[in-house]
Design a binder for this molecule. Structure first.
Ligand SMILES: Nc1ncnc2c1ncn2[C@@H]1O[C@H](COP(=O)(O)OP(=O)(O)O)[C@@H](O)[C@H]1O
Ligand SMILES: [Mg+2]
Length: 345
């Protein structure tokens, strides 16, 4: 299929630590097509970053073990040699990190950093590369881009630095752009602007975007499809509408109840789900969400398979033992599904 950019199948990432094995990513599968935004959503520690960093080859280390497959336009990423990955990284698949400081050099002017990245992969003159850098900086909304290209990262505000990083990530027109909580450290108005830019970019190019966030409210506007992750596993996945209007997993209900309402001024953060995610060293048997789930029953000590349970929605998958009708009933009773019912507003 020509439109398929990425095909991740049964990806597993395990880290051997002094305390034991950490099952950071446990059997995650998804696809990304051209022009699509797929959101990975879940609380901190659910395995989102390890998933996307593994696609970039950034989790490779002597204590990391990988299983499954991730193909970028047919090329296997998980087992490919480091040298090949270096050519792919930046050019075919690029990432915007949560913390711009970590991917920008503090001692180099930002324009030069973009120029250097372009020239590392393409045979173009410095002047041509600089024109492209300035153009990219304009595209991501940096005013007086030609002047600003001569500034150092510390001379930018947090929001502008984030934009520089987006320009850097876009400099080689990657077919897959990964944004890992790119907006978390920013104030909410800037968050909304950056999201809008990612949306525009998706519409202008035929790349695909993987957007990682702990806040479902943030993706309401940008995502086509959503994967909800909990403790290393996907607990639910579906289209944006399926996740927002017919959520099947009690964990998703909890996330929906604690979204940031971007439609409010000022945007408002609703209460979090009580309790904490488990340590991935010894996650509870069966459904990992069981200890925090108000709807858990005996069967939840077995792991539910990720499967299609809603009739007429074969791509809407979840990992919960409750009957669909029972879920719908309890969801109504719970009544705190913010965006779906407006009840939590
Ligand atoms: N290199 C590593 N060694 C051991 N454990 C790790 C390593 N990297 C991440 N982890 C663990 O994997 C889990 C998932 O982390 P992460 O993907 O960063 O979560 P998220 O991005 O969803 O907040 C966490 O429990 C984290 O401590
Ligand atoms: Mg993370």
């Amino acid at each position: 299929m020509a439109d398929r950019l990425l095909d991740v199948e049964s990806l597993k990432v395990t880290f051997a630590t002094e305390d034991g094995l950490v099952h950071a990513v446990d059997d995650v599968s998804f696809t990304l097509d051209r022009g699509e935004v797929v959101a990975l959503v879940g609380e901190s520690g659910s395995g989102k970053s390890v998933t996307v960093m593994t696609l970039m080859g950034l989790t490779r280390s002597p204590n990391a073990r990988f299983a499954g497959s991730a193909r970028l336009q047919g090329d296997e990423l998980i087992s490919c040699p480091d040298e090949k990955l270096e050519q792919i990284r930046g050019k075919e698949i690029a990432m915007i990190f949560q913390d711009p400081i970590s991917s920008l050099s503090p001692v180099m002017r930002v324009g030069d950093q973009i120029v250097e990245q372009i020239r590392a992969h393409e045979k173009v003159s410095k002047a041509q590369a600089m024109d492209r850098a300035v153009n990219l900086m304009e595209r991501v909304g940096i005013p007086r881009a030609r002047d600003r290209a001569r500034s150092y990262p510390h001379e930018f505000s947090g929001g502008m630095r984030q934009r520089v990083m987006i320009a850097l990530a876009l400099s080689l027109s990657p077919s897959v752009l990964i944004a890992d909580e790119p907006t978390t450290a920013l104030d909410v108005t800037i968050q909304a602007q950056i999201l809008q830019e990612i949306k525009d970019l998706r519409e202008q190019s035929d790349s695909g975007v993987i957007f990682v966030t702990h806040d479902l409210g943030v993706v309401a506007d940008v995502a086509d499809r959503v994967l909800v992750m909990y403790a290393g596993r996907v607990v639910e996945q579906g289209t944006l509408d399926e996740i927002f209007y017919d959520p099947q997993h009690p964990y998703t209900w909890g996330l929906l109840g604690s979204v940031t309402r971007m439609d409010r001024t000022p945007p408002r953060r609703l209460p979090a789900i009580p309790g904490l995610p488990p340590s991935l060293l010894n996650a509870p048997e069966g459904c990992h969400f069981r200890p925090r789930c108000p709807h858990a029953f005996d069967r939840c000590t077995e792991v539910p398979a990720l499967g299609s349970r809603v009739s007429g929605a074969p791509e809407h998958l979840d990992r919960c033992w409750l009957e669909v009708s029972e879920k719908r009933r309890r969801r109504e009773v719970e009544g705190r599904i913010g965006l779906a019912t407006g009840a939590a507003a």
